[in-house]
Design a protein around this ligand. Structure first.
Ligand SMILES: Cc1ncc(COP(=O)(O)O)c(C=O)c1O
Length: 436
């Protein structure tokens, strides 16, 4: 990183003394109180008052009847996906997944935890390209996917970086094709969406809905997640599956495969302590987004977009994307990269390296799932149709899709809610200097 600290473009900038994180936990003291309470009362288990209380508080906040506290968002997504599979295709044998032999349409630009449960349940994920307006699943590409695969009955959709996707359109398409939706609101707790003229929370928009309390999320338990539903049967089923599927017998009796996915009462204590600060965290993240937006407005870049009429993001991560004609050459391999720099231009990798040299953490945009080595053999559908093999030596064009393009030109900025305006101004200055 000497290259940057000795580069005359960055003369006079000192590395941050304390690292500026992408998004780290922000504790307030109440968390300690509820953790101590669990220990003092000896409810150091997967039952206890903290669990009951956070389930109640989250259900009320989100506006659903039931919230089931689980060990992580991935566990919630797994059980949501399994519920959908059972509903659609019936109970599977103990050694088989509920989606065996079935295709599932999935958000492409998301964290792999959204869609790995499709594989856990032996399903075949088909990735749906991203739209440029909110960086979420493209309804046009989803329509195209139903033309190509009319038998599909399940859609897994995420809200990237806390920005709600085009859920009205996606729900309409799902309904027209008799498909169910698993909603991954892991990154978007507290984000609102206008559905048929009414503001609702993300986490209410699918048939099966999930949130996460991972350490980097808008509020955290250090880990943890929840399944959200209005169906008492679904809530009870998830509770049962998450506690090893015990039957009501005096001994351990099992009719179904089970999981150890319940949230700990200690973790729930941390979540309980964070709950009063959810709105404050969202306000801080929004201020960070707006400061970046204003500070970067004279550069050939844009912030991650959202639909201000139809959504109120939680602004979990602030991101930027570089205009095509201001992109300096950048090449990414599987695990390494190269770039050059040119006056007036820069690239995500150069900016990320510069931030890192001055002790600030950014991150590349989540690499789309259809580009991941593990999912390369899976179908990928764009608004034009089949996104695989759409270019060749005789057809002009790069075969570039929206997701790959955002990954190439975009990056996540340091978005920790403890960053001060002064520190943010230094980050903005560093980014400006990358374009010199
Ligand atoms: C979009 C998305 N889905 C799912 C998850 C998984 O949540 P957890 O880490 O709580 O398992 C995460 C983050 O971690 C995420 O960002």
């Amino acid at each position: 990183m000497k290259r940057f600290t000795e580069d005359p473009r960055f003369a006079g900038i000192m590395p941050f003394e304390k690292k500026i994180w992408l998004s780290s936990p922000t504790m307030h003291g109440d968390e300690q109180h509820w953790v101590d309470d669990a220990i003092r009362t000896n409810w150091v288990s997967t039952v206890g008052a903290n669990i009951n209380e956070v389930e109640k508080q989250i259900a009320e906040y989100i506006g659903v009847k039931y919230a089931v506290a689980l060990s992580c968002g991935t566990a919630a997504l797994h059980l949501a996906t399994k519920l959908a599979g059972e509903k659609l295709y019936g109970q599977a044998r103990p050694n088989a997944g509920t989606l065996q032999g079935h295709k599932v349409f999935c958000s492409d630009m998301t964290f792999d935890a959204s869609i790995n449960p499709v594989a856990y349940e032996d399903g075949d994920a088909i990735f749906i390209d991203t739209e440029p307006d909110t960086w979420n699943m493209s309804p046009e590409a989803l329509e195209k996917a139903f033309e190509l695969y009319p038998d599909v009955r399940l859609i897994v959709v995420a809200h990237l970086y806390g920005t709600p996707g085009k859920m009205e359109e996606i729900r309409r398409i799902a309904e027209a094709h008799g498909a169910l939706i698993v909603e991954d609101a892991a990154e978007s707790l507290g984000a609102k969406y206008k559905l048929n003229g009414e503001w609702v929370e993300t986490g209410t928009l699918g048939n099966y809905n999930c949130i996460s309390f991972n350490g980097n999320k808008i509020i955290t338990g250090s880990a943890g997640g929840m399944f959200l539903t209005n169906s008492v049967e679904d809530a009870n089923k998830v509770r049962k599956w998450s506690t090893q599927s015990r039957e009501a017998a005096p001994w351990y009796q099992h009719e179904e495969i089970g999981y150890n996915y319940r949230m700990s009462n200690i973790i729930a204590g941390v979540v309980r302590g964070q709950m009063p600060y959810l709105e404050a965290h969202i306000a801080q993240k929004k201020a960070i987004y707006e400061r970046y937006k204003a500070g970067l407005s004279d550069l050939p870049v844009r912030m991650n977009p959202f639909d201000a009429e139809k959504s109120q993001p939680n602004f979990w991560l602030s991101c930027m994307i570089i205009d095509e004609d201001a992109m300096a050459p950048q090449v990414r391999g599987e695990q390494d990269y190269l770039y050059t720099t040119e006056p007036g231009k820069s690239s995500p990798q150069e900016i990320l390296d510069a931030l890192s040299a001055f002790n600030a953490e950014g991150r590349p945009i989540w690499k789309p799932m259809h580009m991941q080595p593990i999912y390369r053999t899976h179908a990928f559908i764009t608004a034009e149709g089949n996104g695989r093999g759409s270019s060749n030596a005789y057809i002009a064009g790069s075969g570039m899709d929206v997701g790959a393009d955002i990954f190439r030109r975009g990056l996540c900025l340091p978005s920790d809610n403890k960053v001060t305006p002064e520190q943010q101004d230094v980050i903005i200055d560093i980014i400006h200097r990358c374009f010199r």
